[in-house]
Design a protein around this ligand. Structure first.
Ligand SMILES: Cc1cc2nc3c(=O)[nH]c(=O)nc-3n(C[C@H](O)[C@H](O)[C@H](O)COP(=O)(O)O)c2cc1C
Length: 196
């Protein structure tokens, strides 16, 4: 069978520009709005992510700055995230389906893994249409679940603030962005040259 790929191969292998540009802003431009079409594409990128057995164990509560959902989300932020997240154009609450409805059976052992992957897709999609993203956990999970009537089979896992950064990556004092080296994260690997 001929090789068929949906990806274009760059001449020189390089980290994707969106991956290089991505950072978690500690301040967002408070005057930037996000339209329905942009939010739709971000949600679609999450929806299209792979998941174990195509189980798609994710759901999202979407609040756009100025609307009622956003106001409810903001009420539950911790002091640390309340300093910057409300200025973002939107805040999305990320939910993982952890139990089968009305049972104690695990829905999927990969539910949280898959949700994280969907959110990763959303952050890169956002970057490709001009929006930065900052994932965070500094909020009251139980209060969010109660406010939005999230049933026990769903877990309120994290939030993502989407907007336009008000500062360049790495310029906020006290926020470390150092990364472990490639060698450190590579448990085992046999190196070898190949065409791609
Ligand atoms: C699951 C998760 C939870 C996070 N929680 C917070 C948080 O509560 N507050 C915060 O400021 N950043 C939070 N972050 C952002 C990380 O601190 C940030 O991604 C990390 O420091 C690397 O920086 P960078 O994203 O700018 O590369 C969280 C990120 C993830 C993925």
């Amino acid at each position: 069978m001929d090789a068929v790929s949906t990806c274009e191969v760059p001449v020189v292998p390089e980290v994707h520009p969106a991956v290089l540009r991505r950072h978690s802003p500690m301040a967002f431009a408070p005057d930037v709005e996000i339209g329905d079409a942009a939010l739709d594409t971000i949600l679609d990128a999450g929806r299209l992510a792979p998941s174990a057995g195509n189980s798609q164990p994710w759901a999202f509560i979407v609040g756009r700055r100025g609307d009622g959902v956003h106001a409810r989300i903001v009420r539950h932020l911790a002091g640390s995230s309340a300093r910057w997240a409300p200025d973002a154009s939107a805040i999305v609450v990320n939910l993982a389906r952890v139990l089968v409805e009305d049972t104690d059976w695990e829905y999927s052992e990969f539910a949280r893994y898959d949700l994280g992957q969907a959110v990763a897709h959303m952050t890169l999609q956002a970057l490709s249409i001009g929006f930065d993203a900052h994932q965070f956990r500094a909020f009251d999970r139980d209060a969010v679940a109660a406010d939005f009537g999230v049933p026990r089979e769903w877990e309120v896992a994290s939030m993502t603030a989407f907007g336009v950064a008000a500062h360049a990556p790495g310029t906020v004092v006290g926020v470390g962005r150092e990364r472990r080296t490639r060698d450190d994260v590579t448990w085992t690997r046999a190196r070898g040259d190949a065409r791609r």
